[in-house]
Write a protein of this length. Structure first.
Length: 199
């Protein structure tokens, strides 16, 4: 575990090679799992604010659930998560003509119609944040669904922290990410035995 400011970063964030392979998984992380996507404080309000931009993309079932229970709910652990359809699909999941999943918010974001890309936990996956009173744990989450991402990560030689540069900066800022890169460089030098001992 590595501490950077008040963040405790798992070694896996540096060591695991990972790059999403959308062509292989077709966005399955939007529809698999035990509950909806974890939400940061204030994100449910952002979902409600931007809902009119994506509502036309959502399924009738998703719109009905949002009308009945809202954009989010509290899961078994008491955490606020996005509402889901039939126990799996996030209500904000859309499908193209080939059956590929995409987040409705992300779709309108890349079309230049919104400044909100999607919940931070979705953009950060496979990194999961756990916030404690004195620190935030930054952990890699292993999921069998992402085997294709591990394969592609090995092909590209891309560590998790590099693959997730943009969302990590979104979460913690440019300065923090620069410190993370510096730690990664030191860990690499140490692993390769290239760190010179102090005189």
């Amino acid at each position: 575990m590595i501490q950077i400011e008040d963040k405790i970063v798992s070694q896996d964030v540096f060591d695991v090679l990972f790059a999403c392979d959308y062509a292989a998984c077709k966005g399955a992380c939007c529809v698999e799992g035990d509950s909806g996507a974890p939400l940061e404080p204030g994100e449910a309000e952002l979902l409600r604010k931007h809902l009119p931009l994506v509502e036309h993309l959502l399924s009738p079932q998703a719109r009905a659930i949002i009308a009945e229970q809202g954009v989010s709910y509290l899961d078994e652990d008491g955490d606020e998560v996005t509402s889901i359809v039939e126990g799996k699909d996030c209500v904000f999941t859309t499908y193209d003509e080939h059956g590929n999943c995409q987040c409705a918010f992300e779709k309108v974001y890349y079309e230049g119609k919104s400044d909100f890309i999607k919940p931070l936990s979705c953009q950060l996956y496979p990194i999961r944040l756990t916030r404690y009173p004195d620190f935030t744990a930054v952990n890699y989450h292993k999921w069998s669904l992402c085997k294709c991402a591990l394969k592609r990560g090995r092909q590209l030689q891309l560590p998790v922290y590099q693959f997730l540069k943009a969302p990590l900066i979104r979460a913690f800022g440019e300065e923090w990410y620069t410190q993370l890169e510096e730690v990664a460089a030191l860990l690499k030098e140490e692993a390769e035995g290239t760190i010179q001992p102090e005189p």
